[in-house]
Design a protein around this ligand. Structure first.
Ligand code: SF4
Ligand code: SF4
Length: 156
């Protein structure tokens, strides 16, 4: 093989991949549809919670304490996402299915105290458009014979 061919061969191999559609997700303009069992931040259902404290007892990271909530009698879970590992025990062991996971992962902050979610805050889950106003569409991956691509599921 001539020196010139040797030099250009890698570029010829790579070029078709570079010229194809993007293989990445253009977040925050688009966002993947997560799997049904995906674990994002929790949602608390006040009407189901009986304040039994099971969630706090099973939490391996001691991320849950029961606290009072405005407008509600009794005590309800407060979760510290600074330590929560999203293991799922609280959701799994809650006898009333009062805690569930959402697909919201956008809760990073520079202030650790903002990671402590009161029961009231856990009960109110904003829509994805409120959290990521730039978001335009949801997409999902699919496989062709040779590669993984993305297609639009819905406009937002
Ligand atoms: S969320 Fe479930 S486990 Fe936790 S206090 Fe309420 S009912 Fe009990
Ligand atoms: S998901 Fe796991 S670590 Fe997080 S609050 Fe629930 S039990 Fe604790």
């Amino acid at each position: 093989m001539s020196l010139l061919k040797k030099l250009f061969k890698p570029f010829l191999i790579v070029a078709p991949y570079v010229l194809r559609n993007s293989q990445t997700v253009a977040y925050p303009d688009e966002r993947l549809v997560f799997a049904e069992r995906f674990r994002g931040r929790h949602k608390l259902h006040f009407d189901r919670c009986i304040g039994c404290g099971t969630c706090a007892r099973v939490c391996p990271d001691n991320s849950i304490v029961l606290v009072e909530a405005e407008g509600h009698e009794g005590k309800y879970p407060q979760i510290d996402y600074g330590t929560c590992s999203l293991c799922g025990y609280c959701v799994e062991f809650c006898p009333k299915a009062a805690l569930e996971f959402t697909d919201l992962v956008e809760f990073s902050t520079r202030d650790a105290s903002e990671l402590v979610y009161s029961p009231e805050r856990l009960a109110e889950v904003p829509s994805i458009k409120e959290v990521v106003p730039r978001l335009k569409r949801r997409i999902e991956p699919y496989l062709t014979k040779t590669e993984m691509k993305y297609r639009k599921v819905e406009d937002l």
